[in-house]
Design a protein around this ligand. Structure first.
Ligand code: ADE
Length: 232
């Protein structure tokens, strides 16, 4: 792979990566700043997409059109959907789907985009295996899980809502961009991986946990992405 796109929704999720880049040039489009340069020996484009699926989808398409990226990695934080996945742990996407898509009226399962040929978008197995290996090396104090990441334009902070998402999607963590990045990658036939560190449990304590653990979670995810670069 020659050039990797790295997307974080929020500035906090990409700031450290941008600081570590050398030979940087900046390109602006759709109110987003694309930082192209060398990250730990690999050519990369690091960008803050903004929050939510539409921003993330637009951002991914720009990475494909303007930079011809060979793969996209989404780094960030998420709410855990499983008891054993704790705050600070990492989830790597096996696949990704959108929990807020609802066309059941037309016979589609919850989450499936009408007239698309898949319910969930499979992530790249090679990127995932590399991320799992590197994560154990650089973040030995946390657990790394491989499972389904689910996305919606909602911050999930309610136990009932969380239970419904789990029942409908069998997701392992929930966030607000990965499903759109995955969809854009799928349509453009490029590999992708979502890497999310857990900042909260997507339940009634999420509003308190999120600000308390956001920084710690971001550190794990960024540390992993940075260290993956030299092996890509
Ligand atoms: N990102 C981090 N925590 C989240 C949550 N609980 N819901 C949606 N996105 C998140």
């Amino acid at each position: 792979m020659k050039i990797i796109g790295i997307i974080g929704a929020m500035e906090e999720e990409v700031a450290i990566l941008k600081e570590k880049m050398t030979e940087v040039t900046v390109y602006c489009k759709a109110d987003m700043e694309f930082f192209r340069g060398n990250l730990n020996g690999k050519e990369a484009v690091v960008v803050r997409s903004g929050i939510g699926k539409v921003n993330a989808g637009i951002c991914t398409q720009i990475l494909v059109d303007e930079f011809q990226v060979d793969a996209v990695i989404n780094t960030g934080i998420a709410g855990s959907l499983k008891n054993e996945i704790n705050i600070g742990d990492i989830v790597l996407s096996t696949d990704t789907m959108q929990h807020d898509v609802d066309a059941r009226e037309f016979g589609y399962p919850l989450g499936q985009i009408p007239r698309m040929d898949t319910l969930a978008f499979p992530a790249d197995e090679g990127l995932r295996a590399l991320a799992a290996k590197v994560c154990r090396e650089v973040n030995p104090e946390i657990q790394v899980f491989e499972g389904r990441v689910v996305s919606g334009d909602q911050f999930v902070a309610d136990a009932g809502k969380k239970d419904a998402i789990v029942k409908n999607t069998q997701g392992w963590c929930t966030e607000m961009e990965g499903g759109a990045i995955a969809q854009a990658a799928y349509l453009n036939h490029i590999p992708y991986l979502v890497i999310r560190a857990i900042s909260d449990k997507a339940d009634n304590s999420a509003h308190m946990d999120y600000p308390a653990f956001e920084k710690q979670a971001i550190r794990h995810s960024v540390n992993l992405v940075e260290n993956m670069m030299k092996e890509l």
